[in-house]
Design a protein around this ligand. Structure first.
Ligand code: 5MM
Length: 342
């Protein structure tokens, strides 16, 4: 029998050099949007086929994907040949993880802000997910800059408190928590606003993790990068995004945290990779900097697949290329030449 990994070992494996996390935990509503873009029906079988294609991408999974965040349906699903999808992931040397939050709900008395729910019964759900093979979990808090006074301290505090309670329950239940505070980049705010608000959010998250007695050594942070909103007329260079993001992280994230795995948040595939590369090129840094991308890892594969079984190999090639580019970015060794060599 193989010896169980400690949570520190799981966390270290999640951000191992050259590797990062595939966020494949789209809820049924979110994956519908992705499937709509390729005119594919959102059925249980299609969701299974798509994810099976990704998890059977041998090169990507073996060499560049340290872990996969799954949705509740997927952690229980079997591949076409009857093998549980979690076993496919494990067989490639990658770790299965699970999204445990139950999504966002309106935060009362706020200007359209949200609070992430899912704490009720979480201890029992963690126990069940650990039994199904999950080695880590994810909880995403969402913040937005929509005008003066947003995000409010009420939203920043309530979401940080929930993240801390979730993280404590995960560690107690024997799985590594990915703590994901996401400041959206959908608006028109500039990079200064993103920098200021990201710093405020992260300060509050680490304050609440401290009050909740969460051992940071057993956690991974999944933040947004410091970047201008998509609708801002003034976009920063890739180097500036990298410098500003690292500056904020150094101010806020204790060195006890083993790794930081970014979300992509709607950046182009190549920007998400390049930003990660430039950050790592600024090293040495006190934590591993890696990726936990959803869209920026999957978009090309989804398009190449197009919902057709005859395109599985093309989808896998596209996924393997993106995984490899992000893998080299974790080492600060990415460049345009490799990018175009696909
Ligand atoms: C995979 O997307 C997740 C979406 O979950 P919902 O269906 O509950 O909205 C999301 O949490 C994701 O894990 C992160 O935001 C990272 O994804 P991106 O696309 O921002 O890299």
């Amino acid at each position: 029998m193989t010896k169980a990994m400690t949570l520190e070992q799981v966390a270290a494996a999640m951000v191992a050099p050259g590797k990062g996390i595939l966020a494949a935990d789209e809820s049924t509503g979110t994956i519908k949007k992705r499937f709509d873009s390729i005119k594919t029906e959102n059925t249980e079988d299609n969701r299974r086929d798509y994810r099976e294609m990704l998890f059977r991408s041998t090169d990507a999974m073996k060499n560049h994907v340290s872990g996969v965040i799954l949705f509740d349906e997927t952690i229980r699903q079997k591949a076409k040949d009857g093998t549980p999808l979690t076993k496919l992931i494990e067989a490639s040397g990658s770790l299965p993880g699970i999204k445990v939050d139950k999504g966002t709900k309106p935060l009362p008395f706020s200007k359209g802000e949200t609070i992430t729910e899912g704490l009720d019964g979480l201890a029992d759900r963690i126990k069940e997910y650990a039994g199904l093979g999950a080695k880590f979990a994810k909880w995403r808090a969402v913040y937005d800059i929509t005008g003066p006074g947003t995000p409010s301290y009420a939203a920043i505090n309530a979401n940080a408190h929930a993240l801390a309670r979730y993280a404590a329950l995960c560690v107690e239940g024997g799985i590594v928590p990915i703590v994901e505070p996401e400041l959206l980049m959908d608006g028109g705010h500039d990079i200064d606003a993103c920098e200021m608000v990201t710093e405020w959010i992260l300060k509050e998250v680490y304050q609440q993790l401290y009050y909740a007695n969460v051992p940071l050594e057993k956690t991974i942070l999944k933040p947004n990068m410091v970047i201008a909103g998509k609708k801002s007329p003034k976009q920063a260079s890739r180097e500036e995004v990298a410098e500003r993001t690292v500056k904020v992280l150094k101010r806020c994230v204790p060195t006890a945290v083993p790794g930081i795995a970014f979300l992509s948040g709607g950046q182009s595939d190549e920007d998400a990779t390049a930003h990660l590369h430039y950050m790592n090129a600024l090293g040495p840094l006190p934590w591993k900097l890696s990726f936990s991308y959803g869209r920026a890892l999957q978009a090309a594969a989804l398009k190449a697949w197009g919902g057709k079984s005859e395109n599985v190999a093309a989808g896998q090639r596209a996924f393997s290329h993106r995984a490899k580019m992000n893998g080299v970015a974790t080492l600060g060794k990415w460049d345009e030449k490799q990018e175009k060599a696909a």
